[in-house]
Design a protein around this ligand. Sequence first.
Ligand code: SF4
Length: 413
Amino acid sequence: APAPPPARHLFSDPAEVEALRRNLLAWYDRCKRDLPWRALAATEPDADRRGYAVWVSEIMLQQTQVATVIDYYNRWMQKWPTLQALAQASLEEVNELWAGLGYYSRGKRLQEAARKVVSELAGRMPRTAEDLQKLLPGVGRYTAGAIASISYGQATGVVDGNVIRVLCRLRRIGADSSSPAVIDRLWDMANVLVDRNRPGDFNQALMELGATVCVPKAPLCGECPVKQHCQAWRRKLFGKNPPVPDVEDCGVGDCPLCPPATEPWDSSLGVTNFPRKAAKKPPRVMRTATCVLERRGCHGAPEYLIVQRPSSGLLAGLWEFPSLPLAQDLQEEKEREELAHHLQAWMGQPVAAKGLQFMGEVIHIFSHIHQTYVVYSLHLDGDVTLDPALSPSRWVTEDEFHASAVSTAMKKV
Ligand code: SF4
């Protein structure tokens, strides 16, 4: 078994743990942001509704900023205030409301899980982190801990990106913060720290601290309620001359939580020496040709053809202008020909490559893909009969396009 990490990386003094909880919660009570899901979690008497309200917020907040989520959350809860209401929604409605929020499989999985709670668990939300994770598809360890602590008062910790940053700084953990060994230690630490009487508030306070004070680039250490417990802050204060050896790195070269010996403390970075991550893989570079096909609708207003993407993979089930991934370094002429050929399959009639008008390029960054859309347009005079054997397709006005389940990338196009 690996040796336990040195005490300096742990919270082993009960008096310090107690003081940290007290200081953090007092700050949270004073400074917490007013957010709609917090209001619901604090006032909703029905336990299942409370769990559902927190669950929706946690899924929306994965990978998305609070400021963006608020409007989506309010509209979602207005439309589907209960698990039962969500279970009856169609996937199309879910995708329409989710459009623009990104990572679209989240909405789909949330709805599938709601259906499962209604049909298999008699509409009753599981009450513990273990059951939530085990029984609800799409609910991982973090989301389960958040729902259980905030909605049901279970004394269980949570570890998300904000918590990773705060804990790594508090205990000067400089090993790769995405490695399983470090993540396991952080979960242990979060479970030791969580306040037994107010676990939901404590977890939210720790995340709130990471989101508003202990931020990635320029943390506001002077205003931090837990700075007296923070080893990164102490190290910064003492500069090059720490007064006692135990605030230095363990220094023996085999500590699993210290920075690698080749990358010691950099005083120009201060507390942002922590956390550290292994270098990210560069995003995949992709080029896709897309064509805005336009016709006159029966009332004279222009209409555009949109087609539905496959039900799995990137942007599953969303609608887009007919699009075709391109090989890299293709000549423009060849791009046009391939796109014309692709459109021909949709329309069942020949499409002249020369008729495609080049409109420009749109770049959209997905988390792991650097996508360039090469945009063409084509005006149609007569009507076309679309091949029903291909993916679902429909003609929409501009307003209908914006109300449809289309991605932000397509709106840019
Ligand atoms: Fe973060 Fe600074 Fe507070 Fe330490 S003192 S937890 S680095 S904000």
